[in-house]
Ligand binder design. Structure first.
Ligand code: ZN
Length: 258
């Protein structure tokens, strides 16, 4: 499951292999095949993560957008080495002189100009990403305050408010902030909003540092029925924004003044 920290982690690895390199691009998606020649011989300008998206930039103003959703994965192979996944699942292959970088099973591969991407109602217009250096506090609070009566547990998953947060992060951010996922945004105090932002940064960075090590930062995700590590109340779960969310009914406040 690719939440922001994993996407940034993989984007950093892809950047090392691809940035500045001349690539041959092959698509495993029929409708994109006709663009292969137009990319021939171009050098990759940069590879960036934005929220849960990978963006591979070319010098002619085009961007390859990749979103792994729940099923996709990246692999990097030394040239000539055998692949450990079936060739027919390759959706995008980038070949340099030394490596083959492959996106397998990913449902979303788009080739767009930068302007088209910015205007795209689904994939453009992303909210600030806490793992990017261009994160804007001002924009974050403005977008958050625009959400009014929407529940904060739903808003944290909205990529056009803040990008990169998936189900695990939203559950843990709200637990650490002691805010119940069912609270409306307009009911949050200034302190609570700042606390949520503090934990967005803290947990996204902690996850990224922790990749490949034992997970030591998950408190209540998928722990319904277990005791809250803070107050020992039983953790509850419910459905919100199409996903299962978890909360401690005792120490995650349902109102500003309990
Ligand atoms: Zn508790």
């Amino acid at each position: 499951m690719a939440e922001g920290p994993l996407v940034h982690h993989y984007a950093n690895r892809l950047r090392k292999v691809l940035k500045g390199k001349e690539v041959r691009v092959e698509f495993g998606i029929r409708k994109l095949k006709r663009f292969e020649n137009s990319l021939e011989g171009l050098r990759v300008q940069d590879v960036q993560a934005h929220g849960k998206q990978f963006r591979i930039y070319f010098p002619d103003n085009r961007v390859l957008l990749v979103h792994l959703m729940m099923w996709g994965s990246w692999r990097t192979y030394g040239k000539g080495n055998a692949w450990d996944k079936p060739r027919e699942r390759a959706r995008l292959i980038l070949r340099t002189r030394t490596h083959e970088v492959v996106a397998f099973s990913t449902p979303i591969v788009r080739l767009l100009t930068k302007a088209e991407l910015e205007r795209d109602p689904k994939w453009g217009n992303l909210g600030p990403d806490p793992l990017r250096s261009d994160f804007s506090l001002k924009t974050f609070f403005r977008l958050l305050e625009d959400q009014g009566t929407r529940e904060i547990g739903e808003v944290l998953l909205d990529q056009q408010v803040v990008s990169g947060i998936g189900n695990i992060l939203r559950v843990e951010i709200l637990f650490q902030s002691r805010v119940h996922p069912r609270r409306s945004v307009e009911s949050l105090s200034e302190d609570e909003k700042h606390e949520i932002l503090r934990w967005i940064f803290a947990l996204a960075k902690r996850w990224m540092k922790n990749i490949g090590k034992k997970v030591d930062w998950i408190s209540i995700y998928r722990k319904s029925g277990k005791r809250c590590p803070r107050c020992e109340t039983s953790i509850e779960f419910s459905r919100q924004a199409g996903r299962i969310t978890y909360a401690c009914p005792s120490c995650q406040r349902l109102s500003e003044n309990p």
